[in-house]
Design a protein around this ligand. Structure first.
Ligand SMILES: Cc1cc2nc3c(=O)[nH]c(=O)nc-3n(C[C@H](O)[C@H](O)[C@H](O)COP(=O)(O)O)c2cc1C
Length: 296
């Protein structure tokens, strides 16, 4: 058994990409029940939210699941206690230096994998105590930095040459070809986001799932939100705005409207989120079928 599978305690080395807008216990439990590692996105949560969500997942599955914490959230120590009480053994950390967080994680007997977007931050995360790293390439869905970034194909082997802890590849993986490629690059597992949005159990509205199915090659763009970028599916209105010097995109679109826009299917409020890999997704299917196809 790989060190990653030992850490996760599940059957398949596939981690659900946490997506705050889709934080539904039923969805997370479906991923765990399929043998992968279900994940709650607790980056913006307080202790009470965490308690409710964790209890919700626990009521639906006895299988292992985890949670993602954003390092700047002041509630993290309390959230970690809630997770430990519920028997959660592994968390992921993201968005900043995890140095202050790992002593709390380890004191509770838990392990953590830090999400990162560059080689430099991978090395620092391991020095800060991360037990593993989730290496997120530029093609990934979700928030990205404003800087120049490497793709999964480049970043995973770079990190594999530099650190000794288990590596999980994230970004651009939607089927067993991507899964096997990630293993060949030096990862022990993968984290998948966009592929799971387009599943039957995903609470994303039909309009968001359809936008992923319709998204073709080159169909996503990085939307500049000021201090960071979000990868979204291009639409005619956004395309015009991107070319219009009178429009400042970071004023026009607000990150805090993303969950509302996505859940309402209102691309005027916020364009649909997805990774480049949307171009490879052609059907909505049960979570179990996605995971089984990866492992076939
Ligand atoms: C629409 C969207 C929203 C996301 N929101 C979050 C989030 O709230 N927290 C987080 O840690 N990662 C978030 N991610 C990143 C995913 O967890 C995952 O790492 C990523 O989707 C992997 O790339 P892929 O989409 O190519 O599979 C988001 C991804 C997408 C597509």
């Amino acid at each position: 058994m790989s060190a990653l599978l030992e850490m996760l305690g599940c059957r398949h080395p596939i981690i659900q990409g946490p997506i705050a807008a889709l934080n539904e216990p039923k969805f997370v439990a479906a991923v765990s029940e399929a043998g992968a590692f279900g994940m709650l996105a607790l980056g913006f949560s307080n202790k009470e939210d965490a308690k409710r969500l964790v209890a919700g997942v626990r009521a639906l599955t006895a299988k292992p699941f985890g949670a993602n914490l954003m390092v700047m959230n002041q509630e993290n120590p309390k959230i970690l206690e809630v997770l430990a009480e519920a028997g959660v053994k592994t968390v992921t950390t993201s968005a900043g230096s995890p140095k202050a967080l790992y002593p709390h994680i380890h004191a509770l007997g838990m392990k953590g994998l830090h999400v990162l977007l560059s080689l430099n931050t991978a090395v620092k995360a391991v020095e800060a105590g991360a037990d593993g790293v989730i290496v997120s390439g530029s093609e990934s869905g979700g928030l990205r930095s404003l800087g120049s970034e490497s793709s999964t194909m480049v970043l995973v082997p770079l990190v594999a040459d530099a650190v000794k802890v288990p590596i999980v590849a994230a970004g651009g993986i939607a089927d067993r070809r991507g899964y096997r490629a990630a293993l060949a690059l030096g990862a022990q597992g993968v984290q998948i986001g966009t592929r799971l949005i387009a599943t039957e159990e995903s609470p994303a509205p039909a309009i968001w799932k359809e936008a992923i199915l319709k998204c073709g090659d080159g169909g996503t763009v990085l939307l500049n939100l000021g201090g960071m970028n979000m990868r979204v599916i291009q639409n005619p209105k956004l395309e015009k705005e991107m070319k219009d010097p009178a429009v400042t995109l970071s004023e026009r679109y607000n990150l805090f409207n993303a969950p509302k826009g996505w859940l309402a299917g209102d691309t005027d409020l916020f364009p649909a989120g997805a990774g480049q890999v949307a171009a490879l997704i052609r059907d909505i299917k049960p979570v179990r079928d996605v995971i089984e196809e990866f492992m076939a």
